[in-house]
Design a protein around this ligand. Sequence first.
Ligand code: ADP
Length: 731
Amino acid sequence: MLSKVLKQYWGYDSFLPLQEQAMQCVMDDRDSLVILPTGGGKSLCYQAPALCREGMMIVVSPLIALMKDQIDNAKQCGISAATIHSGMSADSKLTVVRLIERGEIRLLYVAPEQLLTPRSLEFLGRQKLSAIAVDEAHCISAWGHDFRPEYRGLAALRERFPNLSMHAYTATANHQVRDDIVNNLRLREPEIIVGQFFRPNLVYRIARRERLVNQVGNFLDRLRGQSGIIYCISRADTEKLATSLTSMGYSCAAYHAGLSDAERTERQEAFVEDRVDTIIATIAFGMGIDKSNVRFVIHAAMPKSMANYQQESGRAGRDGLEAECWLLYGSEDTLRWRRTFEELSEEARAAGDAALQAMHAYCVSSQCRHRLLVEHFGQHWDRNSCDACDVCLGQLEAVEEPLIIGQKILSCVMRTGERFGATYVAMVLAGSKDRKILQNRHDQLSTYGLLLEFRISSIRDWIEQLIAQGFINRSGEYQQLNVTAPGRELLRGQVVPILMRPAKAKEPIAATATSLLNSWEGVDRELFAVLRAWRFKTSLARNVAAFIIFSDATLRDLARRMPMDLVELRSVHGVGDRKIADFGNTVIELIGNYCRDHQVQPSVGIVPPKTNLAETIEGPDAMQVAFQLFDDKLSVAQVALKINRAEATVHAYLQNYLNARRITDPSNWIAPELFELIKTIARYSGLEKLKPIHDALHGRIDYNDIRTATTILRNQGFQSIDAVPIDFTNL
Ligand code: ADP
C-alpha cells in the first residue's frame, strides 16, 4: 500500500533509507522519533501514511514559509493539504474549516501557537484525525539551534488527544536534543529511527581564504546558473560580497536579519523561484528554506560549530543530486565569532568557545571531511574512503619531508622570539622583502628564506596544521605563535607531524567537476535547458517554486530518457499520477518537438539513471575514459570505437567535456571555416536554438557540429547582436 502510494503520488519507485520503517510507525500508531539528515525524505514519512489512513493528520511546523512550501508541494502531487495561520483572512480560514468538516483535507499544517488555542483544540477534537506529526522537532529543545518556546506547549496534545500517536521529525542528531524531544512531547516508548548522516552526494572541500571575491568568482563561473548559498559571519560581510559579485555580473542577493520583513521575503522568494542564483546570507537564512536544488553551499568564513556546519552545508543537494560544499576559513574567524558571544552567559561562552575549537580543528585537519562530520555526531564510520571530499579524492597529499618542514617552521617561530603571528612567520620563511621584516632585521635570521621554494599560502596552511596538531600555540591579542612542549619534541626529531598540501597532479576542482558530470551522464543538456525554461514559466504562472513543478533530478531524467508517450513518462523519476495529468501532454510535446527539431533519436538518451555519487565514481566510467581520450585529441569516431559506445553517446560526452574543460579553442573539434561560419550566423541568431543555424546552412551541417561550435562559442563568452531577422540564404 505504501509503495503504491509512493509511486502514484510522487512517482518514486523505492523508499529512501529508513523511510518505510518510519512510515510503518505511523501506520501502526506507534510513537516515533525520526532523525534523518536533510534531504533524507522526512516529509514523506508522514505524508505517505496520511494518504493510507482515514482521517486528517495534524502536522506541526514552525514557519509559515515552510508550511507554504510543503503544501504547494503536496498539492502539486495531488494531495489535499491545507494550513490555518494567523496571516490568513477570515474568509480563507472559513474555507479551510469547511473543507476539514467535509473530511476533504488529509494533511493540516499548523504552527504550535495556532494549534494550541482552546478554539482550535476544541474544533479539532470534533474531527476525525489520524495522527500528529511534529516537523522540525528540535525546535522544542533549548539545546538545539532553533529553540522556539511555543513548541514546549505541544506536550498538551498528549492529554488532549491521548488516542493519537505522535511522530517527531528532525535532522539534528545531538543526544540532548533527542532526549528533550522525547520528554517534552511525552512520547510513549517511541521507536527511535536514526539515519545515516553520511551524504555521499555532497562533495566537501576546505581551503584557506585568500582573495575571497576572486575565489568565489572562479567557483561561481564553474556553476553559473545554478542555485547556491554563501554564508558569511556578519551582515556587513554579506552586503559587501553581494555588492562585489553583483558588479561582476553574478546574480545574487544579500540576506540578513537587518533587512525589513518585506525585503527578506522578497529575496527569499526570488531565490526559491530561481530568479536569483546565489543568496549571500548570515545564519539568519536557513530553516525556512526547503529548496531541493541548492547545488552549492559556500562558507566564506568558518561556521561557529560543527552542528551549524552540518545544518548549513546540508542545505545543499536535498534532491539527492551531487552538490558542493566549500568552506573557506581564515585565522581571524575564531576571534570574530568570539566577539559575538560577548553578551552571553559565562557558561554559554565556554560552550561557544569549545564549539569554535572543534570547528577550527576540523578546518585544518587532513582527515576525511565526511568521516569527521559523521563521527562528530556519534555515528560509526566504516569506509576506507568517502570518495566525496578533497582529502579522499586525492586533492590533498602528504608533503614528502614533514619533519624537516615542521622543524624549520618551529625554529623560525622561536628565532623571531615567539612574538609574531602566522602570516609574519610564513613570510620570513618564504624570504619576503616586506618592510616590517627588514625593519626587524629578520632577514638576517638563519631561518630567513628556509622555505623559499614554497608559496606563503602553503607555509600558512602548514602552520595551521601544526597548530591543530598541538605543536604550536596561538595566544594574545595578536595571536602570536609559541612552541608547545610537543613542539619541542618535534624540534628534537622525536615526533613527526602530518602536513598536507593540495595535490600537484590534480587541479582542486577537477575531480569534483568530473564527479559532477557523472549524474549528467546521458542527459541532453540542451533539452534540459529547454525543460528548465518551461518549468520556470510554469512555476511563475502557478505561483509556486520551480522545483515543486519538477525537481532537477526529474528534469535530468526527462532529458535523458526522452519519453515519447505517457506510458514512458511514468517510468521517469519523480513523475506521479498528478504530474502526468497536469503536465504530461505538455512535456511529451516539448520533448517530441525538441527531438524532431534536433534530429535526436530518443532511444539514444536512455541510460540508467545514476544518482549516487559514491556508486558512480567507482570503477571504470565510460565518460571519464572518454574525457581522457579527448584530452589526447582523439576524434569522436575514434573514442566511440575505443570505448565501444554509439557515436551519438560520445557526442553527448564531448559536449560535457567541452563544458567541463571550458574549451575555447575549436581547432581539434571542428573545421575552422565551419566554426567561423557558424559564429557569423550565431551573431544574429543567438545560441539558444540550433535550428536557425541549421537552416541557414541549408541543412547540410550535422547538428552535432553545430552544437560543438555553439558550446565553444559560449565558453568564449560569445555575444550575439540583438536579433534582427536576417535572410541567411545568401551566406
Ligand atoms: P527532508 O525534509 O528530510 O530534508 P524532504 O522530505 O524535503 O527531505 O525530501 C527531500 C527530497 O527527496 C524531496 O525532493 C523529496 O521529494 C525526495 N524524496 C523523498 N522520498 C523519496 C523517495 N522515496 N525517492 C526519491 N526521492 C524522494
